[in-house]
Design a protein around this ligand. Structure first.
Ligand code: ADP
Ligand code: ADP
Length: 231
Protein backbone atom coordinates (compact mmCIF):
# COMPACT_ATOMS: atom_id res chain seq x y z
CA UNK A 1 0.00 0.00 0.00
CA UNK A 2 2.81 2.42 0.99
CA UNK A 3 6.11 2.25 -0.89
CA UNK A 4 8.86 4.79 -0.15
CA UNK A 5 12.08 4.66 -2.18
CA UNK A 6 15.25 6.67 -1.49
CA UNK A 7 13.32 9.43 0.23
CA UNK A 8 15.33 12.55 1.06
CA UNK A 9 13.75 15.64 2.61
CA UNK A 10 15.65 18.89 3.00
CA UNK A 11 14.38 22.12 4.52
CA UNK A 12 16.02 25.35 3.44
CA UNK A 13 15.93 28.29 5.82
CA UNK A 14 17.89 31.16 4.28
CA UNK A 15 21.50 29.98 4.07
CA UNK A 16 20.95 26.91 6.17
CA UNK A 17 19.88 23.54 4.79
CA UNK A 18 18.60 20.87 7.17
CA UNK A 19 18.41 17.31 5.91
CA UNK A 20 15.51 15.86 7.88
CA UNK A 21 15.35 12.53 5.98
CA UNK A 22 18.52 11.07 4.53
CA UNK A 23 17.42 8.12 2.39
CA UNK A 24 14.37 6.24 3.61
CA UNK A 25 13.09 3.00 2.04
CA UNK A 26 9.90 1.64 3.53
CA UNK A 27 7.06 -0.70 2.58
CA UNK A 28 3.89 -0.82 4.64
CA UNK A 29 1.12 -3.24 3.74
CA UNK A 30 -2.62 -2.97 4.32
CA UNK A 31 -3.71 -3.56 7.92
CA UNK A 32 -0.26 -3.13 9.45
CA UNK A 33 -0.07 -1.53 12.91
CA UNK A 34 3.17 0.44 12.99
CA UNK A 35 4.90 2.56 15.64
CA UNK A 36 7.41 5.19 14.59
CA UNK A 37 9.87 5.90 17.40
CA UNK A 38 13.12 7.81 17.80
CA UNK A 39 14.60 10.83 19.55
CA UNK A 40 13.38 14.39 19.10
CA UNK A 41 14.65 15.87 15.84
CA UNK A 42 15.27 12.47 14.24
CA UNK A 43 12.73 13.02 11.43
CA UNK A 44 9.56 11.30 12.66
CA UNK A 45 7.22 14.24 12.02
CA UNK A 46 8.79 14.86 8.64
CA UNK A 47 8.19 11.23 7.71
CA UNK A 48 4.59 11.39 8.97
CA UNK A 49 3.98 14.59 6.99
CA UNK A 50 5.20 12.84 3.85
CA UNK A 51 3.19 9.68 4.51
CA UNK A 52 0.13 11.87 5.13
CA UNK A 53 0.64 13.80 1.88
CA UNK A 54 0.99 17.08 3.75
CA UNK A 55 4.33 17.55 2.02
CA UNK A 56 6.39 16.02 -0.80
CA UNK A 57 9.95 14.67 -0.72
CA UNK A 58 12.95 16.56 -2.07
CA UNK A 59 14.16 13.35 -3.70
CA UNK A 60 12.77 9.84 -4.07
CA UNK A 61 9.36 8.39 -4.75
CA UNK A 62 6.27 7.73 -2.68
CA UNK A 63 3.72 5.36 -4.15
CA UNK A 64 0.41 5.22 -2.28
CA UNK A 65 -2.10 2.59 -3.38
CA UNK A 66 -0.38 2.35 -6.72
CA UNK A 67 -0.20 6.10 -7.44
CA UNK A 68 3.00 8.12 -7.41
CA UNK A 69 2.20 11.04 -5.12
CA UNK A 70 5.74 12.41 -4.82
CA UNK A 71 5.43 14.92 -7.65
CA UNK A 72 1.88 16.10 -6.98
CA UNK A 73 0.93 19.75 -6.55
CA UNK A 74 -0.95 21.04 -3.50
CA UNK A 75 -4.41 20.61 -5.01
CA UNK A 76 -3.76 17.01 -6.01
CA UNK A 77 -2.20 16.26 -2.62
CA UNK A 78 -5.24 17.71 -0.83
CA UNK A 79 -7.50 15.39 -2.82
CA UNK A 80 -5.41 12.33 -1.98
CA UNK A 81 -5.35 13.36 1.70
CA UNK A 82 -9.09 13.78 1.81
CA UNK A 83 -9.66 10.31 0.35
CA UNK A 84 -6.85 8.24 1.79
CA UNK A 85 -5.62 9.70 5.08
CA UNK A 86 -7.10 10.19 8.53
CA UNK A 87 -5.06 12.35 10.94
CA UNK A 88 -5.06 12.30 14.73
CA UNK A 89 -2.94 14.82 16.65
CA UNK A 90 -1.71 15.13 20.20
CA UNK A 91 -3.72 18.30 20.75
CA UNK A 92 -7.02 17.12 19.15
CA UNK A 93 -7.52 20.18 16.88
CA UNK A 94 -11.30 20.22 17.23
CA UNK A 95 -13.28 23.31 16.26
CA UNK A 96 -14.59 24.76 19.56
CA UNK A 97 -17.71 26.48 18.20
CA UNK A 98 -19.00 23.37 16.51
CA UNK A 99 -20.75 20.42 18.10
CA UNK A 100 -19.14 17.00 18.22
CA UNK A 101 -21.35 15.88 15.32
CA UNK A 102 -20.46 18.96 13.21
CA UNK A 103 -16.75 18.44 13.87
CA UNK A 104 -16.97 14.87 12.61
CA UNK A 105 -19.08 15.84 9.58
CA UNK A 106 -16.51 18.45 8.52
CA UNK A 107 -14.14 16.29 6.39
CA UNK A 108 -17.08 15.10 4.27
CA UNK A 109 -17.91 18.64 3.13
CA UNK A 110 -15.09 18.41 0.59
CA UNK A 111 -16.65 15.29 -0.89
CA UNK A 112 -19.77 17.09 -2.02
CA UNK A 113 -21.92 14.68 0.00
CA UNK A 114 -25.50 15.61 0.92
CA UNK A 115 -26.01 16.80 4.49
CA UNK A 116 -28.19 13.82 5.48
CA UNK A 117 -25.56 11.37 4.40
CA UNK A 118 -22.79 13.34 6.12
CA UNK A 119 -24.82 13.36 9.31
CA UNK A 120 -25.48 9.62 9.14
CA UNK A 121 -21.83 8.77 8.51
CA UNK A 122 -20.63 11.07 11.30
CA UNK A 123 -23.12 9.50 13.72
CA UNK A 124 -21.89 6.06 12.71
CA UNK A 125 -18.24 7.06 13.27
CA UNK A 126 -19.12 8.48 16.69
CA UNK A 127 -20.88 5.24 17.56
CA UNK A 128 -17.72 3.36 16.63
CA UNK A 129 -15.66 5.36 19.17
CA UNK A 130 -18.32 5.05 21.89
CA UNK A 131 -19.60 8.65 21.75
CA UNK A 132 -23.01 8.13 20.19
CA UNK A 133 -24.57 9.89 23.19
CA UNK A 134 -22.40 13.04 23.02
CA UNK A 135 -23.12 14.28 19.51
CA UNK A 136 -24.69 17.59 20.55
CA UNK A 137 -21.93 18.52 23.01
CA UNK A 138 -19.19 21.06 22.33
CA UNK A 139 -15.55 19.96 22.69
CA UNK A 140 -15.09 21.96 25.92
CA UNK A 141 -17.87 19.91 27.54
CA UNK A 142 -15.83 16.72 27.08
CA UNK A 143 -12.87 15.13 28.85
CA UNK A 144 -9.50 14.86 27.11
CA UNK A 145 -10.09 11.21 26.29
CA UNK A 146 -13.52 11.99 24.84
CA UNK A 147 -12.05 14.82 22.75
CA UNK A 148 -9.49 12.44 21.34
CA UNK A 149 -12.29 9.98 20.52
CA UNK A 150 -14.04 12.74 18.60
CA UNK A 151 -10.80 13.43 16.72
CA UNK A 152 -10.50 9.71 15.92
CA UNK A 153 -14.11 9.65 14.67
CA UNK A 154 -13.34 12.68 12.48
CA UNK A 155 -10.26 10.90 11.13
CA UNK A 156 -12.29 7.77 10.35
CA UNK A 157 -15.45 9.29 8.91
CA UNK A 158 -14.15 9.31 5.33
CA UNK A 159 -13.05 5.65 5.53
CA UNK A 160 -9.35 6.46 4.95
CA UNK A 161 -6.99 3.71 3.93
CA UNK A 162 -4.44 4.92 6.52
CA UNK A 163 -4.93 6.28 10.01
CA UNK A 164 -1.92 8.44 11.02
CA UNK A 165 -1.58 9.47 14.64
CA UNK A 166 1.12 11.80 15.98
CA UNK A 167 1.62 11.23 19.73
CA UNK A 168 -2.12 10.55 20.11
CA UNK A 169 -1.87 9.94 23.86
CA UNK A 170 0.67 12.68 24.61
CA UNK A 171 -1.87 14.89 26.41
CA UNK A 172 -3.69 12.10 28.25
CA UNK A 173 -3.23 10.44 31.64
CA UNK A 174 -2.19 6.79 31.87
CA UNK A 175 -5.68 5.34 32.20
CA UNK A 176 -7.14 7.42 29.39
CA UNK A 177 -4.13 6.58 27.21
CA UNK A 178 -4.87 2.89 27.73
CA UNK A 179 -8.49 3.47 26.64
CA UNK A 180 -7.40 5.28 23.51
CA UNK A 181 -4.88 2.53 22.71
CA UNK A 182 -7.62 -0.09 23.18
CA UNK A 183 -9.59 1.84 20.58
CA UNK A 184 -6.67 1.83 18.11
CA UNK A 185 -6.24 -1.90 18.79
CA UNK A 186 -9.91 -2.48 17.97
CA UNK A 187 -9.73 -0.41 14.78
CA UNK A 188 -6.69 -2.38 13.69
CA UNK A 189 -8.50 -5.64 14.46
CA UNK A 190 -11.30 -4.44 12.16
CA UNK A 191 -8.83 -4.05 9.31
CA UNK A 192 -7.68 -0.43 9.65
CA UNK A 193 -4.06 0.37 8.76
CA UNK A 194 -2.63 2.37 11.68
CA UNK A 195 0.68 4.24 11.87
CA UNK A 196 1.52 6.17 15.00
CA UNK A 197 4.41 8.27 16.26
CA UNK A 198 5.31 7.75 19.88
CA UNK A 199 8.27 7.97 22.22
CA UNK A 200 6.58 5.80 24.85
CA UNK A 201 7.54 2.10 24.86
CA UNK A 202 4.16 1.20 26.42
CA UNK A 203 2.38 2.70 23.41
CA UNK A 204 4.73 1.17 20.83
CA UNK A 205 4.13 -2.20 22.52
CA UNK A 206 0.60 -2.23 21.07
CA UNK A 207 1.92 -2.31 17.51
CA UNK A 208 2.97 -5.29 15.40
CA UNK A 209 5.90 -3.45 13.93
CA UNK A 210 8.25 -0.84 15.39
CA UNK A 211 10.38 1.45 13.25
CA UNK A 212 13.13 3.45 14.92
CA UNK A 213 14.25 6.64 13.22
CA UNK A 214 17.62 8.24 13.93
CA UNK A 215 19.28 11.11 12.05
CA UNK A 216 16.82 10.90 9.19
CA UNK A 217 17.13 7.17 8.61
CA UNK A 218 15.23 4.07 9.68
CA UNK A 219 17.82 2.30 11.79
CA UNK A 220 15.61 -0.50 13.11
CA UNK A 221 12.55 -2.30 11.72
CA UNK A 222 11.27 -4.86 14.16
CA UNK A 223 8.21 -7.14 14.19
CA UNK A 224 6.81 -8.09 17.56
CA UNK A 225 3.88 -9.74 19.27
CA UNK A 226 1.75 -6.85 20.52
CA UNK A 227 0.41 -6.44 24.05
CA UNK A 228 -3.25 -5.65 24.51
CA UNK A 229 -4.61 -2.93 26.76
CA UNK A 230 -5.83 -4.14 30.13
CA UNK A 231 -9.59 -3.67 30.20
P1 ADP B 1 10.97 14.61 15.07
O1 ADP B 1 9.55 14.60 14.69
O2 ADP B 1 11.60 13.27 15.15
O3 ADP B 1 11.22 15.43 16.31
P2 ADP B 1 11.28 16.37 12.79
O4 ADP B 1 10.87 15.63 11.58
O5 ADP B 1 10.33 17.35 13.38
O6 ADP B 1 11.78 15.33 13.89
O7 ADP B 1 12.63 17.15 12.47
C1 ADP B 1 13.75 16.59 11.80
C2 ADP B 1 14.75 17.71 11.51
O8 ADP B 1 14.20 18.59 10.53
C3 ADP B 1 15.08 18.58 12.71
O9 ADP B 1 16.42 18.97 12.59
C4 ADP B 1 14.16 19.74 12.55
O10 ADP B 1 14.67 20.89 13.17
C5 ADP B 1 14.08 19.90 11.05
N1 ADP B 1 12.79 20.44 10.59
C6 ADP B 1 11.57 19.87 10.75
N2 ADP B 1 10.62 20.62 10.17
C7 ADP B 1 11.24 21.72 9.65
C8 ADP B 1 10.79 22.85 8.91
N3 ADP B 1 9.51 23.02 8.60
N4 ADP B 1 11.73 23.77 8.54
C9 ADP B 1 13.01 23.57 8.85
N5 ADP B 1 13.51 22.52 9.51
C10 ADP B 1 12.64 21.60 9.91
P1 ADP C 1 1.64 19.11 19.13
O1 ADP C 1 2.64 17.99 19.22
O2 ADP C 1 2.22 20.47 19.33
O3 ADP C 1 0.37 18.89 19.87
P2 ADP C 1 0.23 18.20 16.89
O4 ADP C 1 0.54 16.77 17.13
O5 ADP C 1 -1.10 18.73 17.21
O6 ADP C 1 1.28 19.12 17.60
O7 ADP C 1 0.55 18.53 15.36
C1 ADP C 1 1.67 17.96 14.72
C2 ADP C 1 1.93 18.69 13.42
O8 ADP C 1 0.83 18.60 12.53
C3 ADP C 1 2.20 20.16 13.60
O9 ADP C 1 3.29 20.50 12.78
C4 ADP C 1 0.94 20.85 13.14
O10 ADP C 1 1.22 22.10 12.54
C5 ADP C 1 0.40 19.90 12.11
N1 ADP C 1 -1.07 19.91 12.10
C6 ADP C 1 -1.87 20.01 13.16
N2 ADP C 1 -3.17 19.96 12.80
C7 ADP C 1 -3.21 19.81 11.47
C8 ADP C 1 -4.26 19.67 10.52
N3 ADP C 1 -5.56 19.67 10.86
N4 ADP C 1 -3.94 19.51 9.22
C9 ADP C 1 -2.66 19.50 8.88
N5 ADP C 1 -1.62 19.63 9.72
C10 ADP C 1 -1.87 19.78 11.01
Amino acid sequence: MIVLRDIVKRYTMGEEVVQALAGVDLDIARNEYVALTGPSGSGKSTLMNLLGCLDTPTEGTYTLNGRDVSGMNDTELAQVRNREIGFVFQSFHLLPRMTVLQNVMQPLVYRGMPQDERRARAAEALGKVGLGDRMGHRPNQLSGGQRQRVAIARALVGAPSILLADEPTGNLDTRTSAEIMALFDALHAQGQTVILVTHEPDIAAHCHRVLRVSDGRIVEDRRQVPVRAAS
